[in-house]
Design a protein around this ligand. Sequence first.
Ligand SMILES: [Zn+2]
Length: 299
Amino acid sequence: MFWEIKTTVIGSYPVDVNRMELVQYYYSGKEVSWNKYISNAVNDMVNAGIDIVSDGQTRDPFINIFTRKLNGCRLRNRTEIIDRIEYIDPITLDDQKYVKNLIPKQNKLIGIIVGPYTLSESVVDLYYNDKKELAFDFAYALKKEIQSLQNHVDMISIDEPFFSNSMPEYGKELIDIITNNITCPTRLHVCGDVSNNIQDLIEISVDILSHEFKASPKILDVFGEYDFSQKICLGSVRSDNAQVETVKEIINHIKKAISIFGENIIQLAPDCGQRLLPRNIAFQKLKNLVKAKKEIFCQ
Ligand SMILES: [Zn+2]
């Protein structure tokens, strides 16, 4: 088989933080240098043979990466919304530039955005009293973040785990705001069993749909019943358990998916972010994913 297919990640990667070092930084008043943690994650991805890497989202838990730097957010246990959500400055751009300089020329870079609906569902709203208005203001702010990233990354993934539980009627509009007039390719990642939401997902304006096809193989068959224009990022190893899939098992999974989607599969990835796995397990899963791809596609 010979069409172009790339191995990639969903976003996060395990981070071995040295807590003593963080405490020392804190008391010395210096800003923590996070580059070491980012480069550990990126080097693992590159060494495993992954084509399109991310920054590993090591810096902060997934929601705080964005809310920390937006106007209107106050960080507590959960972020509190105390004023209008507005974009101030680029949020992840410096890390993406750092990674771009770190990786070999043949590797590509994917920027990760946590979606507006997931942000609106994850915060404590003390200001808007209107979930929809809050979600739209997050969407306008994130659009500016993507505009700042699009010339520095090769593609952008929008991560909306909350779409799997309850996609609102304005869900499509939120993502369309973000992707409209964006020059680099876009991917929407939604975890979980999305078999009841597929009609809504395929109406969203993105280039690639990314789902947990390994943990929820049933969605393979359900997706097969729909016609859609997006390409597929195939979740091929699980992110929710530490058992490393054998190369053979991954090959069987990919081949089954090819029998349904054919050449519409253009990316192979873990099901979801790998942050909660032990680092050596996350690395081994990526390595086996790369080996499986090579066995299928390099013959
Ligand atoms: Zn996910």
